[in-house]
Design a protein around this ligand. Structure first.
Ligand SMILES: Cc1ncc(COP(=O)(O)OP(=O)(O)O)c(N)n1
Ligand SMILES: Cc1nc(C(=O)O)sc1CCOP(=O)(O)O
Ligand SMILES: [Mg+2]
Length: 221
């Protein structure tokens, strides 16, 4: 996918679903299909945590999920793993502060792929942009139980601080976001929200995703 411009990316980031097999109570492909039916706008394959798949099985699940995304026009992003992103010819990659540096990722992938970078402070956001990030993931906004090594909770003030500094790059809030607390994240200046448990762990996944779509379209800019 790409060449997409910033405004297209802003739209794609509206409801950014992240998941791997450790987040799913039912088959990951079924979870993704149900989330797609609810209108998610972007997907990140994040295969980590207890019991995470490795090697060929991991690749195979990635390929399966990528096919679902492709069939539905949803960009497929790989978390952390540049080799997997290249092997799958993913639409992009998301890296954090402890992963392969964004600058190296950009050099490896070129301009045609989406590169997302996590930032937990204004300084990290500025560096990520200088390194070639297309979008930022800002968090944790609220407490989360989906990431063992999550940083300290930042609240929505980190997003306001980044926007007030004049940064206009597309960005999502992440960490503990539910349909009930998403509105302040958007009001702070996020283009979208990024979610694991409130969609993957929902009783009705399609309904949960649809709820986020409605929330973002009602409260987003
Ligand atoms: C959209 C988005 N934002 C932030 C993250 C977190 O990335 P990172 O800090 O590298 O942590 P892990 O997800 O790799 O555990 C993300 N994955 N996506
Ligand atoms: C993957 C991830 N990154 C975070 C960050 O702060 O960078 S918080 C997080 C977990 C998000 O899961 P949930 O929606 O279940 O809280
Ligand atoms: Mg990472």
């Amino acid at each position: 996918m790409k060449q997409i411009d910033s405004d297209q990316l802003r739209d794609l980031l509206k409801v950014y679903f992240i998941m791997g097999s450790a987040n799913c109570r039912i088959a990951p492909a079924k979870v993704l299909k149900e989330a797609v039916a609810g209108g998610i706008t972007m997907f990140q394959f994040r295969e980590k945590g207890t019991g995470a798949l490795t090697a060929q099985v991991r690749f195979n699940l990635g390929r399966r999920l990528q096919k679902i995304c492709r069939a539905n026009g949803v960009p497929f992003i790989v978390n952390d793993d540049i080799d997997l992103a290249i092997a799958l010819d993913a639409d992009g990659i998301h890296v954090g502060q402890d992963d392969t540096p964004a600058l190296a990722i950009r050099q490896l992938l070129g301009e045609d792929k989406i590169v997302g970078v996590s930032a937990h402070s204004l300084a990290e956001a500025q560096q990520a942009i200088a390194d070639g990030a297309d979008y930022l993931g800002i968090g944790p906004i609220y407490p989360t139980s989906s990431k063992e090594d999550a940083r300290a909770v930042r609240g929505t003030s980190i997003i306001k601080e980044i926007r007030n500094s004049g940064i206009t790059i597309p960005l999502v809030g992440i960490g503990g976001i539910t349909v009930h607390n998403a509105a302040p994240v958007l009001a702070a200046g996020a283009d979208g929200i990024s979610v694991i448990s409130a969609i993957a762990g929902a009783e009705d996944i399609t309904l949960a995703a649809r709820g986020f779509v409605h929330e973002v379209n009602s409260n987003g800019s």
